[in-house]
Write a protein that binds this ligand. Structure first.
Ligand code: 6PG
Length: 242
């Protein structure tokens, strides 16, 4: 299966990613997914919200987050709040299958709590919780989840989750660490926009120092199942034939 997929529009990307997701769901009784935040997933959630009832069997999904801003769920910055507003309000879901990060908790305490929750709720391999599906975005600076370039050491933490800090706003975040991200059975990057094109190129073409500079370059799942869903703007600088 092609690992790098390029689309002309976000709609085409969303349709293809949804097919990739439902193929995985078809193989499982119950699947665990870690959602990402940002504008790219927001368009995907709007697409899912408009699908006919039953197009995706959400009863087979347990929802978690790969990262969350340390704000109340009602805050416009909340990834959970965005997911609720753009998706959960439109589909039938059991609350027992939704595991939000508590953004209004003390960050260090919440990182510990969520990390322990993952150990309880997910299957594990070598003592590491394993997500069936890990959705990731990439920031303009090459961050992924909420591991930012100025805090690369957090990627290598022995913990499941860490408290991170946005480099510009100083906003505290909760993020999964590289240990958990790379243990995932399937990882999908959803990346759109020309402002991502240079880093997409450097990471996919494994340019020198990419792994020293960009957390997104460190996403290398043990399973090998890393898929890139890109629009043509984000893919514009890839050497043809990728
Ligand atoms: C977040 C995300 C973050 C996001 C990237 C890309 O909480 O902001 O998890 O890692 O995926 O910043 O965001 P866009 O999709 O908006 O480009």
């Amino acid at each position: 299966m092609r690992k790098i997929r390029i689309y002309n529009t976000a709609e085409e990307l969303n349709i293809s990613f949804t097919g990739w997701l439902t193929d995985i769901l078809a193989e499982k009784e119950l699947a665990t997914i870690a959602l990402s935040g940002g504008s790219t997933p927001r368009l995907l959630f709007d697409y899912w919200a408009r699908l006919p009832e039953g197009a995706i069997d959400w009863t087979k999904v347990k929802f978690f987050w790969g990262d969350e801003r340390c704000v109340p769920h009602t805050d416009v910055e909340s990834n959970y709040g965005m997911t609720k507003e753009h998706l959960f309000n439109f589909i039938h879901l059991a609350d027992k299958n939704i595991f939000p990060v508590q953004g209004d908790n003390d960050p260090e305490a919440e990182a510990k709590r969520y990390g322990e929750l993952l150990n309880r709720e997910l299957e594990s391999k070598n003592g590491i919780p394993v997500f069936d599906i890990m959705m990731l975005g990439m920031g303009d600076d090459g961050h992924t989840a909420s591991i930012f370039p100025h805090e690369m050491k957090l990627w290598y933490s022995d913990e499941n989750c860490v408290a991170a800090t946005h480099p510009v706003s100083g906003q505290k975040r909760i993020s999964l660490t590289g240990k958990v991200i790379n243990a995932s059975s399937n990882i999908a990057f959803l990346i759109t926009g020309e402002n991502k094109a240079q880093k997409v190129k450097e990471i996919i073409e494994q340019s020198e120092n990419a792994e020293d500079k960009y957390p997104a370059a460190l996403v290398q799942p043990d399973s090998g199942n890393l898929f890139w869903f890109l629009d043509n703007k984000a893919a514009a600088r890839l050497t043809k034939g990728e």
